[in-house]
Design a protein around this ligand. Structure first.
Ligand SMILES: NC(=O)c1ccc[n+]([C@@H]2O[C@H](COP(=O)([O-])OP(=O)(O)OC[C@H]3O[C@@H](n4cnc5c(N)ncnc54)[C@H](O)[C@@H]3O)[C@@H](O)[C@H]2O)c1
Length: 251
C-alpha cells in the first residue's frame, strides 16, 4: 500500500497505460482523479476503481486547455483534499513527414504531449509548493531520444518532455517536489492498434528483449517513481523500452 492517504491524478486515464495506472494507484491506497478527453472512458475508469473497492472521480479534461487542466487539479483538491501525485500521461501521435504534416496536427501533437506537461505542472506546482511536497511523473518516449521516419512533431514533443522534466526538477526540487519521466518503448496498447502484427514483429525483432512491452511494465515504473522508494530520484527519465535504446540486435 505505497499510496495510502495519497491523492493521484492521472491524465489519459481512459485507456491503455493511463487506465491501468489509475487502477494500480487506487489498488495501492490512493484516491484517484481519472482524467481523459473522452468523458465516457474517464467515467468508466473511475467506475472500475470504485467497483474494485477504491475511491476515484472522473474528470473530462482536454490536457491542451489550460482551464481544463486547472479544473482537473481543483477537482482533486476539492474532492479529496490535496494532490500528491500528478501523472502527465495523455499523448497522441500523427504520422507524416514535415511536408505532409498539417500545421494543425503539428500544434495538436505538441500541445497534447508537451504543452500538457507545462500546463499540468503550472497548475499543480503552486499547491505542491505550498504543501512542501509532491511528485510529478511525465510520459516521454524513445522517439524523444532518436528520430523515427515520419514522426516529426511526436519526436520533437517527446524530446521536449525529457528536457522539460530536468528543467522543472532544477526549479522545484528544493521545494520538496520530485519530477521524473518514464520513457516507454514499443508497448502493446490501443495507441498502436492500427499497426499490423507483421509490422509490430519487424519493429521488435531488432530490440534486445524482442517483444512489445506490456502496459503493466510501464505502470510499474511510473508507480515506482511516484512512490517514496524513489525518494532520491528527480530530474531523470527512466527507460522502459526492452533495451531498444541500447542498440539494434542482430545487425
Ligand atoms: N504505447 C506505446 O508504444 C507508447 C510508447 C511511448 C510512449 N507512449 C506514450 O504513452 C501515452 C499513451 O498511452 P497509451 O499507449 O496507453 O495510449 P492510449 O491511446 O491507449 O491512451 C491515450 C489516452 O489519452 C487520451 N487523450 C488523448 N488526447 C487527450 C487530450 N487532449 N486530453 C486528455 N486525454 C487525451 C485518449 O483519449 C486515451 O484515453 C502517450 O503519452 C504516448 O506518447 C506510448
Amino acid at each position: 500500500m505505497r499510496f495510502r492517504g495519497k491523492v493521484a491524478i492521472v491524465t489519459g486515464a481512459g485507456s491503455g497505460i493511463g487506465r491501468l495506472a489509475a487502477q494500480r494507484f487506487a489498488a495501492e491506497g490512493a484516491q484517484v482523479v481519472a482524467a481523459d478527453i473522452d468523458e465516457a472512458r474517464a467515467k468508466e475508469t473511475a467506475a472500475m476503481i470504485v467497483g474494485e473497492g477504491g475511491r476515484a472521480a472522473p474528470s473530462r479534461t482536454d490536457v491542451t486547455k489550460s482551464a481544463d487542466v486547472k479544473a482537473m487539479i481543483d477537482l482533486g483538491i476539492e474532492r479529496f483534499g490535496q494532490v500528491d501525485i500528478l501523472y502527465n500521461h495523455a499523448g497522441i501521435t500523427r504520422q507524416a513527414s514535415v511536408c505532409d504534416l498539417s500545421e494543425e496536427d503539428w500544434d495538436l501533437v505538441l500541445a497534447t504531449n508537451l504543452k500538457s506537461v507545462f500546463l499540468g505542472c503550472k497548475h499543480v506546482l503552486p499547491h505542491m509548493v505550498a504543501r512542501g511536497q509532491g511528485v510529478i511523473v511525465n510520459t516521454g518516449g524513445t522517439f524523444g531520444f532518436y528520430a523515427r521516419p515520419e514522426y516529426p512533431a511526436y519526436c520533437a514533443a517527446k524530446a521536449g518532455v525529457h528536457n522539460l522534466t530536468k528543467q522543472i526538477a532544477l526549479d522545484y526540487s528544493r521545494h520538496g517536489i520530485r519530477i521524473n519521466a518514464v520513457c516507454p518503448g514499443f508497448i502493446d496498447t490501443p495507441i498502436n492498434a492500427s499497426i499490423p502484427p507483421e509490422a509490430i514483429a519487424r519493429i521488435v525483432a531488432t530490440q534486445p528483449l524482442g517483444r512489445p512491452g506490456k502496459a503493466e511494465e510501464v505502470v510499474a515504473a511510473a508507480l515506482f517513481l511516484a512512490s517514496d522508494e524513489a525518494s532520491f530520484i528527480t530530474g531523470t527519465t527512466l527507460l522502459v523500452d526492452g533495451g531498444q535504446l541500447s542498440g539494434r540486435h542482430g545487425c
